[in-house]
Ligand binder design. Structure first.
Ligand code: FE
Ligand code: CA
Length: 526
């Protein structure tokens, strides 16, 4: 096991890094000064690193490194202990060139999760990292820092993914992504599912629908035991946002479909957010002052090449319009007048303003906006009028028009919306007035199909295609992920898919390819 000699200055730098790490307060620093007795002497009966390692939220000089000690019955005596461990960062894959290390501690209050904000790194390069806790050594992960804000970068390779119902298939897409040459994995929501569908069971969730913290922890831990998912986290730095199933299907802000007392539902949301943070490489957890709130929306810069916003479409949104009087959540409606109300928001006014300010000020070549669902319209023309599914952006048309109006008014080039949630690959032209030829195309949209979650029927999808000329590609029959090759002169998008359901040994092919040329809004056949 590698132990580095540590200078006094290193200790001070480390203490500073720890002070910036949200989870590690005064106790952690006191522990630092005494060394880490509870870590170095520990003898584990069972490997506590069975949930793997992960990295995320890169900046030009830093990246978040994550693990969670999974303590089994054999080591039960350690459950109540504060446990110290070391996070080691190396410049090379062979782990011969140590860069820095961090002493950290964790305990049951955070499910023994560890979040190290590894600072003082160089921009735009890979690092390798691992955790050491007594006799146990974690798998090695590879992490990447983003390039400096003004660096002239010529490439950004992203794998876009979403919707990985554990029961409905195997994570073969993650195996493929793990093997791919990427800068980032961009995961846009439905990382876990709270619910089951008895019709589609290739494997089973442990336990029922989670509502309590320990239940959400168990669900996340089960997903994290998947070898392909672990491999994808270890291989790449992830940038993430969430959608509804990380908490509850179709939830909107403080409301669920059962119209549970909002105060009760917010306690459930707090449990879900806490467990989400404990299992992800994120800089910030739930707000100290209000555990039901957690800021996840963020902006990342990839040199001069790209700005990447990740949005939160759940926490701040207005409730779905025209609900069934007996229940909340989304539904298909026709002739819903409330949709025209301009005060309704998908992102909440603060996030909406933050995004439009950011877009307007951005000087990066590409403006990539990652969010959890589909921006383009997917309503269907019926004899009674056009139908609307109220949970998606179609249910917040004024907010969508404001967002795309900002793009149009600023004559902003190169805005690309990236999404998931709908369990199908979609390529679409975005106009301020959807499907209206007289309203110019102002941006492009790429939505990735699900990793495993089942898609809609071909019959319904055919109606959607017929009713929405802005959709230039839509297929719901295959599972997978989407490769985005971002270069100064253009973006190449490739839908990588395997038949439904995704099998352990699923083989992937290219379903379709689309191109976006710099300076020309909209998609073109690649
Ligand atoms: Fe989903
Ligand atoms: Ca969803």
């Amino acid at each position: 096991m590698n132990r580095f000699l540590v200078s006094r200055r290193d200790w001070q730098r480390r203490a500073l890094a720890l002070a910036l790490t949200p989870w590690l307060g005064a106790g952690a620093q006191a522990q630092l000064n005494q060394g880490s007795a509870m870590g170095s002497g520990l003898r584990w009966q069972v490997d506590p690193f069975s949930l793997g390692v992960a990295s995320g939220q890169p900046q030009s000089g830093s990246v978040v490194l994550w693990t969670r000690l999974h303590i089994t019955e054999a080591d039960a005596a350690l459950q109540a202990q504060t446990i110290a461990l070391v996070c080691e960062v190396f410049a090379d894959e062979a782990l011969r060139q140590p860069v820095r290390q961090w002493q950290v501690q964790t305990d049951a209050s955070r499910a023994h999760s560890v979040h190290v904000v590894a600072t003082g790194l160089q921009p735009g390069r890979p690092y390798w990292y691992r955790f050491v806790c007594g006799s146990a050594v974690s798998p090695v992960g590879r992490a990447r820092t983003s390039p400096g804000v003004d660096d002239p970068v010529d490439r950004l390779r992203i794998a876009l993914a979403s919707c990985q119902h554990y029961e409905q298939g195997y994570f073969a897409a993650h195996r493929e992504m793990a093997r791919s040459d990427l800068d980032l994995v961009l995961f846009v929501g439905d990382y876990i599912y709270e619910s089951s569908n008895a019709q589609y069971l290739l494997r089973k969730h442990i336990g029922g629908v989670p509502t309590l913290l320990d239940e959400y922890r168990q669900r996340h831990a089960q997903y994290k035991t998947d070898a392909d998912l672990q491999a994808c986290h270890a291989a790449h730095t992830w940038v993430m946002t969430w959608d509804d199933h990380e908490v509850d299907n179709d939830y909107a802000n403080n409301q669920d479909r059962r119209l549970t007392d909002p105060q009760v539902f917010l306690r459930r949301r707090a449990a879900a957010y806490q467990a989400y943070f404990e299992h992800m490489p994120l800089r910030l957890g739930p707000d100290a002052a209000n555990a039901s709130q957690m800021r996840i929306y963020d902006r990342m810069v990839w040199g001069r090449l790209a700005d990447l916003w990740t949005l939160d479409c759940r926490q701040y949104r207005d409730h779905q319009a025209c609900p069934d009087p007996m229940r909340g959540g989304g539904r298909v409606v026709v002739g819903c007048e409330a949709l025209a109300n301009p005060s309704r928001s998908m992102l909440g006014m603060a996030q909406e303003q933050w995004l439009s300010d950011g877009l307007t000020r951005s000087t990066q070549r590409w403006k990539l906006v990652a969010q959890s669902t589909q921006v383009s319209s997917s309503g269907v023309i019926t004899p009674m009028g056009r139908s609307t599914f109220t949970d998606g952006w179609d249910g917040y048309p004024q907010a969508r028009a404001r967002l795309l109006g900002t793009v149009a008014q600023a004559r902003m080039d190169n805005v690309v919306m990236l999404g998931g949630d709908v369990h199908m690959n979609v390529a679409a032209q975005l106009r301020v007035q959807p499907n209206n030829e007289r309203s110019p195309v102002v941006a492009s949209e790429i939505v990735t199909t699900s990793v495993t979650s089942r898609g809609m029927s071909e019959k319904l999808l055919a109606q959607i295609r017929d009713s929405n000329p802005d959709i230039v590609h839509a297929r719901a029959d295959e599972r997978g992920y989407t490769l985005l090759d971002v270069r100064p002169e253009g973006i190449h998008a490739e839908f990588k898919t395997t038949p439904n359901p995704a099998r352990v040994d699923g083989v992937f092919k290219t379903q379709a390819q689309w191109a976006i040329r710099a300076g020309v809004a909209g998609l073109q056949k690649a």
